[in-house]
Design a protein around this ligand. Sequence first.
Ligand code: NDP
Ligand code: 2IT
Length: 447
Amino acid sequence: MKQTIESFLSEVESKNRNEPEFMQAVQEVAETVIPYIVQHDIYHGKNILLRMAEPERVLMFRVSWVDDQGEIRVNRGYRIEMNSAIGPYKGGLRFHPSVDLSVLKFLAFEQVFKNSLTTLPMGGGKGGSDFDPKGKSDGEVMRFCQSFMTELFRHIGPNKDIPAGDIGVGGREIGYMFGQYKRLKNEFTGVLTGKGITWGGSLIRPEATGYGNVYFAENMLHKNNKTFEGKSVVISGSGNVAQYAAEKCIQLGAKVITLSDSSGYIYDAEGIDEKKLAFVMELKNNRRGRISEYVKDYPSAQFFAGKRPWETPCDIALPSATQNELDEKDALALVKNGCVCVSEGANMPSTHKAIAVFHKHKILFAPGKASNAGGVAVSGLEMAQNSLRYNWTRDEVDAKLKGIMHDIHKSCIQYGEESNGYINYVKGANIAGFVKVADAMLAQGVV
Ligand code: NDP
Ligand code: 2IT
């Protein structure tokens, strides 16, 4: 088996040199899915995983725009249309200087499995740019978004490819891109999700990824007769996903003690309550400030420059910033300090070796493609509402989100329960996500 997996990986690697993040995501899937394929004749011998590791289409384009000083700037735009077997391409756009083909292909590959897990009819895609919104004026961000959409619009559509937000792309950017799409096409359609509530958005979409992750973790804890009540929670990041994960933890009676950004983390031993969280939301979303400013308003908290929060003793950890932000050393520190549950809000935040530590110590560990699927799931519900030309209430969408996270948890158990009763959620999510897409591909001929 080891040899079959290695030869598969070396074949994929030979076509995707210098793409470490993409290879990391493919390896994690291959290690759990290839043994399943070998045991099931309908999938065996059909190069099905090799086909899934090859994007259906990769788009790369120039994005020129003019900054506030009148200088012409050039960025690179991308859209990876990974797999459309079970629905139109669906997945976010990331604007961050670290964006390259490897990062977007890993995200698009994971998105295929994640979207399959949501139970909704969505294929997988991802896109974005190496544009850095940090320090840019609203006018610069708008001109960039308009130029980006001036190329992207010809490749997307409400039944073709429906982008959304991700790192660096929130309500403001979705607004500018939606406005430009509408001007170019003269059509008001649900071509993007994460739209504002008065122009086609869904209630609960901003909250969905963070809330969904906490709902997933709740399912894991309940299975072990535990709850969030009274637990201390360490969260990384302070963007969309981190903020709403924190909000739901507070509502469930937990104590959130950290948040972070790429400059460091804040530790508040008294707990970040609703009032302090409202301050963080204003700071990050409106003033676009840094998390270090928290300690100016709350001097009993501490800021640790250049550090990540995993050294902080906690019961539950919710990595919600970016890929590979939690390594083997961090995982060992979490385990040593008594953490019992790690549920990923970000995409691939834990390294391969960190996951091995969690599995070795039988920690409840949820991979992002299962636990952060609430965001894209509510995007799917936004698409459904756009098609119906109707809006569901906040409670209706929240109940559907809870139901979907419960179903994803159930699918992970179905395919991930080991003989000793331990649930390997990585294995469960990968196989459950794979089966639906593979069945659809096999039914559609050699695609
Ligand atoms: P935001 O842009 O709102 O926030 C990102 C946060 O992560 C910021 O605090 C940012 O800090 C921090 N961060 C980004 N890059 C790094 C880095 N290299 N090192 C340390 N910190 C970093 O993004 P989201 O909250 O939307 O996304 C966070 C994660 O969740 C990503 O992995 C994303 O793919 C994933 N995700 C998002 C979904 C969504 O619906 N938005 C859905 C599912 C997953 P700084 O400001 O310093 O850059
Ligand atoms: O990684 C993700 O699932 C997202 N950034 C959300 C994608 C979406 O289409 O809502």
